[in-house]
Design a binder for this molecule. Structure first.
Ligand code: IPM
Ligand code: MN
Length: 338
């Protein structure tokens, strides 16, 4: 566990509570907590020392709360800790499912069932830190931020997305990019997508530019089943997806290395929310749903499904009165063990 910063501490505690409640008695859970994030950085100047990276490698999976704090310069923890973990453990699948949750304040309430999953590439694109700045701080400054797209990296995420689409009832995969402007990367993605598609004749394929995709997320979200897209487009689209399907407090994610070479890492899509940290106001549901993704990844399918059912039932039973982080965690723990 890496609870991290802000509300990360509070929501990971609830995730662990529900995990303990759902596991069968004969499964022995061993956990270790890593003190990483803003407090550690202030204390020692470290973000993710090699010794801890090596230690983290020995676990079956990682549960992360949130990283980032206004007292730390922007990018230090994001790049030095969160992205370092995703890159070091080669988390090339960033899996972000969206369902229309019951009884939530969403502009899409009452719409036909919305149930799609974004397969966001996790190790390339504009996230690699390739770029630079010339004449920094002068009126003549020039900054570049280079998006890296390799055939190797694109093919492996596209293949994973096709396999996921084939395993779902609707068998539909949409590629989202911007190949009318980003012609080099766009054509690499589209060519690989079209080539792999030939191996999956039963999967229906579609292509959308990312700007058009944002319209359909709001006006016609039921058209999506599986979406595959690059790292930055996926980052932006999944915040939008969360907002329209029930709120960012419910959105779960998995940073997955399907080869098993490194532990996969599960985390809520939301951030550390320093404005409400320490007040017991954070909704731990996104973290609890991330625990479900973690369990599914490790082969505990029925336990994962029990958590997801518990969340559906908990939301459906809500009466609108405010609940604390702890109360929501308790309610979910009771539901999964009952
Ligand atoms: C996310 C976050 C991260 C990202 C940041 C904190 C580096 O926004 O997990 O979506 O951009 O991937
Ligand atoms: Mn994000």
């Amino acid at each position: 566990m890496i609870p991290g910063d802000g509300i990360g501490q509070e929501v990971v505690a609830q995730g662990l509570k529900v995990l303990n409640a759902v596991l069968p008695a004969d499964v022995k859970l061993e956990t270790k907590e890593y003190d990483l994030g803003a407090r550690r950085w202030h204390r020692t100047g470290e973000t993710l020392p090699d010794a801890e990276l090596d230690a983290l490698k020995t676990h079956d999976a990682i549960l992360l709360g949130a990283i980032g704090d206004p007292s730390v310069p922007s990018g230090v923890l994001e790049r030095g800790l969160l992205l370092k973990l995703r890159f070091a453990f080669d988390h090339f699948i960033n899996l972000r499912p969206s369902k229309l949750f019951p009884n939530t304040a969403t502009p899409l309430a009452g719409r036909p069932d919305i149930d799609f999953v974004v397969v966001r590439e996790g190790t390339e694109g504009p996230y690699t830190g390739n770029g630079g700045s010339l004449r920094t701080g002068t009126p003549a400054e020039v900054a570049t931020e280079v998006s890296v797209n390799t055939a190797y990296g694109v093919e492996r995420v596209v293949r994973d997305a096709f396999a996921r689409a084939q395993a779902r009832p609707r068998k539909k995969l949409t590629l989202v990019h911007k190949n009318n402007v980003l012609v080099f990367a766009g054509h690499l993605w589209k060519n690989i997508f079209d080539t792999v598609a030939k191996e999956y004749p039963d999967v229906t394929t579609d292509y959308l530019h990312v700007d058009a995709a944002t319209i359909f997320f709001v006006t016609q979200p039921e058209r999506f089943d599986v979406i595959v897209t690059d790292n930055l487009f996926g980052d932006i689209l999944t915040d939008l997806a969360a907002a329209v399907t029930g709120g960012i407090g419910l959105a779960a994610s998995g940073n997955i290395n399907p080869t098993g070479a490194f532990p996969s890492m599960f985390e809520p899509v939301h951030g550390s929310a320093p404005d409400i940290a320490g007040q017991g106001k954070a909704d731990p549901t996104a973290t609890v749903l991330s625990v479900a993704l973690l369990l599914r990844h490790l082969g505990y399918e029925s336990e994962a499904a029990r958590i997801e059912d518990a969340v559906q039932a908990d939301l459906a039973a809500r009466d609108g009165s405010a609940r604390t982080t702890d109360e929501i965690g308790d309610a979910l723990a009771v539901r999964v063990s009952g």
